[in-house]
Design a protein around this ligand. Structure first.
Ligand code: PMP
Length: 470
C-alpha cells in the first residue's frame, strides 16, 4: 500500500495545503493529481536537508533542482544580498551602463572558464541563457554574411530549458508534444546512452564512433553551410543523467570542426564542481565556443545565469553592430546587482572550499556506495554517474535492460515511498532516479542518503511482490 503523503489538502480549514490547491498553478505538475494529493510544503532548510511544515526532515538528494550547491542556510550569501540591497538594489547593463557586482562576476567567470573565453553575458535562468546563446549564433552568422547558416542540432534526451527556443533544443517529448515544438531549424541527434542504445557487443568507443557518424550524416544531409551550432550538456541531466560513452565528445568535436559548427556547452547542471572538475566540459573533454551556466552560479539563492563567449564569437558580434544593427537583446535583470553580488560571494566560497576537489572526493564515495548498496538489487538496471551526479535506473527485466511500462509509474511511486524515509528524490525518464545533492554534502551524509534510498527501494520491492507484479 502506498503510504499517505506527508501533507494532504484536508489538513485543516484554510490550511496552506488547501490554499495551494486553490490558487497555485504549479510548474511540471499533473494538475488533477495535485488537487487530490496536495503539495509537500517546505518551510526551512539546513545544510543538505529541508524541513516541511509538519517538522519532518528530508535529505535533498537533488539540491532542489540540481542547484542549491551550498545547501539551504548559507549565511554569507544572505549577507552578500543584504549588503548589495543597501548599496544598490537595482541597476542595469543596457547601452553600456554597468555596476561593480556585474564587472566582478564577469571577470571571475572568464578567469575560471574551462577554455579561453572573452566575455560574459547575464540572464536570469538556464532557459534564457540557452535562448541567448542561440540568438548569439544567429546574430553572429548574420553579421558574418552567412544568413543561411542557422540550423542547430541538439540531442534526444537533452534538457536546455522551456522557453520556446530552449524547449525546442530540449529533446524530451513532454516539452514538445502538446506545445507544437520544436520550432523549425532545430534538429535532434541520438541520445548517447550505451546501456539502452548500443548494439549487442558494441564497445563504448564503437558506439561513440557510430554516434559521430550519425551526426556527420545529419550535417551533410542538411547541408553543412546551413548548420550553425551543436548544443550539449557534458552529462545529460534531466533526461536521465546520461554519461556519454568514452571518446564521444572527442569524435563529435572532430565532426563539428570539420563543418565549422560551433559547440555550445550547457553547463547549467554540470558547472561548478558537480562532476568533480570545476566544469563538466573539463570532465568530458569539451572545448566549447559558448558556455551557458546558471543554478549553482548563485547556489540558486537568487536567479542568475550567464553565457560565456570566446573571442571569435565576440568579434563577430562586435562586427554585427556596424553591419546589421545593435545587439538588440538583453533582459531588464541581466546581471541584476543583488543576484550578481550573491554569485560573486558563491564563487569565492567555491574557491575557499575547493569545490571541485570536494565534489570529486565525496562524489567518489557516492558513486561507490550507490553501486555497493543497490547495483545488484533486482529492480536496478544501471547505476551511473560521475562525481556528485548520478542516477539509478529501475528496470523490469535486468537481462534485457527493459524498463517497466511507464503507465505503472514505478519511479514516481519510489519517490513517494522515499519521503517516508526522509528523502526527497527526483524521478527522471526511463524510471531513473537522480542523485545530485548539494555540493557541500559530506561523506557521512552520502552514506546516510544511500542507506535511506536502499531502504526505500527494499520497501518498493516488497510492495511489488505483495501485489504479485514483479
Ligand atoms: N539547461 C540544463 C542542463 C538544465 O538542467 C536546466 C534546468 N533544469 C536548464 C537548462 C533550464 O534552466 P531553467 O530552469 O533555469 O530555465
Amino acid at each position: 500500500m502506498t503510504p499517505p503523503p506527508p501533507a494532504s489538502p484536508a489538513a485543516g480549514a484554510n490550511s496552506a495545503a488547501e490554499r495551494d490547491v486553490a490558487h497555485v498553478l504549479h510548474p511540471y505538475t499533473d494538475h488533477k493529481a495535485h488537487r487530490a494529493k496536495g503539495p509537500l510544503i517546505i518551510t526551512g532548510g539546513k545544510g543538505v536537508r529541508v524541513t516541511d511544515q509538519n517538522g519532518r526532515e528530508y535529505i535533498e538528494t537533488v539540491a532542489g533542482l540540481w542547484c542549491a550547491a551550498l545547501g539551504f542556510n548559507n549565511e554569507r550569501l544572505v549577507q552578500a544580498a543584504a549588503d548589495q540591497m543597501r548599496k544598490l538594489p537595482f541597476y542595469h547593463a543596457f547601452t553600456g551602463r554597468s555596476h561593480l557586482p556585474l564587472i566582478e562576476l564577469a571577470e571571475m567567470l572568464v578567469e575560471r572558464a574551462p577554455v579561453p573565453m572573452s566575455k560574459a553575458f547575464f540572464a536570469n535562468s538556464g532557459s534564457e541563457a540557452n535562448d541567448t546563446a542561440l540568438k548569439m549564433v544567429w546574430y553572429m552568422n548574420n553579421a558574418l554574411g552567412r544568413p543561411q547558416k542557422k540550423k542547430v542540432i541538439s540531442r534526444i534526451g537533452g534538457y536546455h530549458g522551456v522557453t520556446i527556443a530552449s524547449a525546442s533544443l530540449t529533446g524530451l517529448p513532454v516539452n514538445h508534444k502538446l506545445f507544437d515544438l520544436p520550432i523549425a531549424g532545430i534538429l535532434h541527434t541520438s541520445r548517447p546512452h550505451h546501456y539502452h542504445h548500443a548494439l549487442p557487443g558494441e564497445s563504448e568507443e564503437d558506439f561513440a564512433t557510430r554516434l559521430a557518424s550519425e551526426l556527420e550524416a545529419m550535417i551533410v544531409a542538411e547541408g553543412p553551410d546551413t548548420v550553425a551550432a551543436f548544443f550539449a550538456e557534458p552529462i545529460m541531466g534531466a533526461g536521465g543523467v546520461i554519461v556519454p560513452p568514452a571518446t564521444y565528445f572527442e569524435k563529435i568535436q572532430a565532426v563539428l570542426r570539420k563543418y565549422d559548427v560551433l559547440l555550445v556547452a550547457d553547463e547549467v547542471i554540470c558547472g561548478f564542481g558537480r562532476t568533480g572538475n570545476y566544469w563538466g566540459s573539463q570532465t568530458m573533454g569539451m572545448q566549447p565556443d559558448i558556455l551557458t551556466c546558471a543554478k549553482a552560479l548563485s547556489s540558486s539563492y537568487l536567479p542568475i545565469s550567464a553565457v560565456l563567449v570566446n573571442e571569435r564569437v565576440y568579434e563577430a558580434m562586435s562586427e554585427g553592430a556596424s553591419q546589421i544593427g545593435t545587439w538588440g537583446h538583453g533582459y531588464t535583470y541581466s546581471g541584476h546587482p543583488v543576484a550578481a553580488a550573491v554569485a560573486v560571494e558563491t564563487l569565492k566560497i567555491y574557491d575557499e572550499m575547493d569545490i571541485a576537489a570536494h565534489a570529486a572526493e565525496v562524489g567518489a564515495v557516492m558513486q561507490k556506495r550507490l553501486r555497493e548498496r543497490v547495483a545488484s538489487h533486482p529492480l536496478v538496471g544501471e547505476v551511473r554517474g560521475v562525481g556528485l551526479i548520478g542516477a539509478v535506473e529501475l528496470v523490469e527485466d535486468k537481462a534485457e535492460h527493459r524498463n517497466f511500462d511507464p503507465a505503472r509509474k514505478i519511479a514516481p511511486r519510489l519517490v513517494g515511498i522515499a519521503e517516508n524515509h526522509g528523502l526527497i528524490l527526483r524521478a527522471l525518464p526511463n524510471d531513473s532516479i537522480a542523485f545530485s545533492p548539494p555540493q557541500i554534502i559530506t561523506a557521512a551524509e552520502v552514506e546516510e542518503m544511500v542507506e535511506r534510498f536502499g531502504h526505500a527501494l527494499d520497501d518498493l520491492s516488497a510492495q511489488l511482490k505483495r501485489e504479485g507484479l514483479t
